[in-house]
Design a protein around this ligand. Structure first.
Ligand code: ZN
Length: 97
């Protein structure tokens, strides 16, 4: 009996919400859609940030993607790991002439 009452209440609430939803102008519906979409995107970004130990997912390409050849030995090293002296790139401080 208790379950039936709960079901009836739920149905009445759902019906009332549906009636209200019918009267909402399309612009408001779009606004709600945008809000839910943004919330979803933010949750996704937060989840990805957590997986990366709190750091943003995308690290700038210039920091790790670009490989440069050492002027002394020719070894290709990520730009962030090498040394740049007066326009010349070296794989380590030992190779700087
Ligand atoms: Zn070198």
């Amino acid at each position: 009996m208790k379950l039936l009452v709960i079901l009836v209440v739920l149905f009445v609430v759902a019906y009332a919400l549906w009636q209200k939803w019918q009267r909402i102008p399309p612009q408001t519906k779009q606004l709600w859609g945008a809000i839910f979409g943004m919330a979803g995107a933010m949750r996704q970004a937060k989840k990805q940030a957590k997986q990366n130990g709190g750091f943003p997912v995308e690290t700038p390409v210039t920091n790790r993607g670009l490989m440069l050849p050492c002027t002394t030995c020719g070894l290709h090293v990520p730009q962030s790991e090498g040394v740049l002296v007066s326009g010349r790139f070296y794989c380590s401080a030992e190779h700087v002439k």
